[in-house]
Ligand binder design. Sequence first.
Ligand SMILES: [Zn+2]
Length: 310
Amino acid sequence: MKIRLGLDIGGTTVHGIAVTAAEPHDLVVETTHLTRKGADGVVGGALEMVAALRASLPADAEIISIGLGVPGVVHGGAVTHAVNLGLDGEPLDLAAAVSLGAGGVTTTVENDVKAATLGGLQWLRDQGFDVHDLALLNVGTGIAAGLLLDGRLRHGSRGMAGEIGHLVHDPTGPLCPCGRRGCLELYASGSGLRRQWAGTAAALFDAAESGDAEAIRIRDELTSGIAQAISILVYSVDVACVLVTGGVVSATPALRDAILARLRADENTSLGRLAGIADRVRWLPAGHPAGALGAALLGAGDEGARSWKW
Ligand SMILES: [Zn+2]
């Protein structure tokens, strides 16, 4: 049995899965470890996860690839910037180090949201909805997108394709850690919500519904910010589907309804009707392991420029 391993290395946990190499990529083993930080910690933690997955596999299993998703900028096979993993200095050749430590298995590293886009594509296919142009919009601590265009992940010249969180949403808004004012992710993200509201998004919607003026303002900014992000993705690259994921969105049906209502309101113009943005939106179910699954599928594509085999 040929197996691909996928590791989604987050700021808090490493989620590892083993799937069959052949479609439909059945889940064989899945486990979670706490993240270790710094270059040695990230490499060592990844190898511990590979060892744990390998130990749980059937005796006839053969690992043919390892994929790693990391929350940072990945360029030319190296992780160049991943603050939440304690990597912000020298570029780390993570794929090479893990391949070496794992006995020469072909290893690929990718930005986590870009990797999750491949996992999201697999989920869409499982639903009978195949597309060649897809954006996965992750509304997490920040907000960022992965782009699959003409069937291939789009990286761009510096690995920054889809990093839309620091587009300015309101130039008179509060100061962002990036140095500008009113960036999109100050409104349309989990951290943006926490910055302004102590409870859950569901409680925010309840308070707004009962007439709390502050809750209404925050709710409307959150809704319009995410709707804006979806619109930016459609109007810039005309993806057939925007698959939205992230805790705030998946836990709050009222937010999803409000985003769709906002997008439908834009369809009262001929351009808006032509774009039909609301119909392109899908919601990834809570708990779907798109990040780890997508990382596992990195090895199945033609992403050779960023793969390393020792
Ligand atoms: Zn910013």
